[in-house]
Design a protein around this ligand. Structure first.
Ligand SMILES: Cc1cc2nc3c(=O)[nH]c(=O)nc-3n(C[C@H](O)[C@H](O)[C@H](O)COP(=O)(O)OP(=O)(O)OC[C@H]3O[C@@H](n4cnc5c(N)ncnc54)[C@H](O)[C@@H]3O)c2cc1C
Length: 323
């Protein structure tokens, strides 16, 4: 018996959410008294794979196949399921990222396993029962799901558990499962990234702005503030609908759901559909000129003021602090 964790790579590197998923899987392995194996797909260097030992993976299955260099949902799901069978894994953990959201259900079907996606806590394993707390209704509620299948698949929400070190020596093993032709009907040859900015779902700090900014020409100060903080930028739905910002920045019920350590909302009213995607942020700072704006009700810190006065002052203060 073991726990298997899928470690998603981007350009041969692991993101923070991977170390978090490994830490989470290691904690489950410790509860069960079993070992943790990681499965890496794509061309990842040995030192990067070995580094997974720092978070508790004692074995790393390495699938270095050129056809799988870039993410292919169907094929990756087959490889993860084969790895789970090989390792007799009782629990399979992955990150509830863009690709994890597609992989989780596929892996679960292949293993006839129960799935919890959007997990926010370690499972409770008591009296033969295995239940997991998860986000429900776009983050407006939590649900407790009991998994009754012998194999369980858990997709962990980024930033829900944190990265925890549990250093062990990781051994690397080559794994080359046979792929069906139906798994490779589409191969991603190359991914050309539109931007090299910090990716929103992984960002620990997010600076977000809404219609209060009046127009796209005013985003310079938002980008400058985000740049100084090392934060990603986000926006409300009307802003991306009006093409002031790209749709990839739209957060909320119909956009991306995020849970960064810090979310700064500037000129955003705080409509329930917006809050659905950001309310699990650890600290929320709201800047709005209307003291009655609903966002203040969920804010940890609020500044009532005009964004065009407050943001430049914040930028100056940060520059002075950094200098
Ligand atoms: C089915 C459905 C799904 C939706 N999904 C989403 C979603 O995923 N994400 C989302 O964001 N919205 C979503 N919406 C839209 C949502 O209901 C709100 O309309 C939207 O969030 C409002 O965006 P906003 O706060 O930027 O704009 P507004 O509501 O226009 O608010 C602008 C805010 O800026 C403040 N302001 C104005 N000028 C300044 C200034 N100079 N300085 C400081 N503050 C200023 C105002 O006081 C106001 O609070 C959805 C709606 C529906 C019906």
């Amino acid at each position: 018996m073991s726990v298997l964790v899928y470690v998603e790579q981007v350009d041969g590197k692991f993101k923070k959410s991977v170390f978090e998923a490994v830490s989470y899987a290691k904690a489950i392995a410790d509860i069960q008294g079993s070992n943790l194996t990681a499965i890496s797909i794509g061309n990842v260097g040995e030192s990067e794979l070995k580094a997974l030992g720092k978070y508790g993976a004692s074995k790393v299955l390495n699938v270095a196949n050129d056809q799988l260099k870039n993410f292919v949902n169907q094929a990756y799901a087959s490889v993860i399921a084969e790895a789970a069978k090989k390792e007799h894994a009782e629990v399979v953990v992955l990150s509830n990222s863009f690709s994890g959201k597609g992989l989780g259900p596929r892996v679960a079907v292949k293993l006839t396993a129960g799935l919890v996606d959007g997990a926010v806590e370690l499972p409770k394993i008591e009296g033969g029962k295995f239940s997991v707390k998860k986000n429900a209704f776009s983050g407006k509620a939590f649900g407790i799901t009991e998994l009754t299948s012998p194999i369980k698949v858990i997709a962990l929400n980024p930033n829900a558990f944190g990265v925890k070190e549990a250093a062990v020596e990781a051994t690397i093993e080559t794994f080359a499962p046979e792929l069906k032709s139906t798994d490779l009907t589409a191969i991603v040859k190359e991914i050309v990234r539109a931007t090299d900015k910090i990716s929103l779902p992984d960002a620990e700090l997010v600076v977000s702005a809404g219609r209060g900014l009046k127009g796209p020409e005013n985003w310079g100060m938002i980008e400058e503030l985000a740049g100084l903080l090392g934060a990603a930028t986000a926006c409300s739905k009307p802003v991306s609908d009006a093409d002031w910002r790209p749709h990839s920045e739209h957060v909320g019920q119909t956009g991306i759901a995020i849970s960064p350590n810090l979310y700064i909302a500037i000129g955003i009213s705080g409509a329930i559909q917006h809050l659905a995607g950001v309310s699990s942020s650890k600290v929320i700072v709201v800047i709005n000129k209307d003291p009655e704006a609903p966002f203040f009700k969920v804010a940890d810190y609020g500044i009532v003021g005009d964004a065009f006065e407050v943001v430049p002052q914040l930028i100056e203060a940060l520059k002075a602090h950094k200098g």
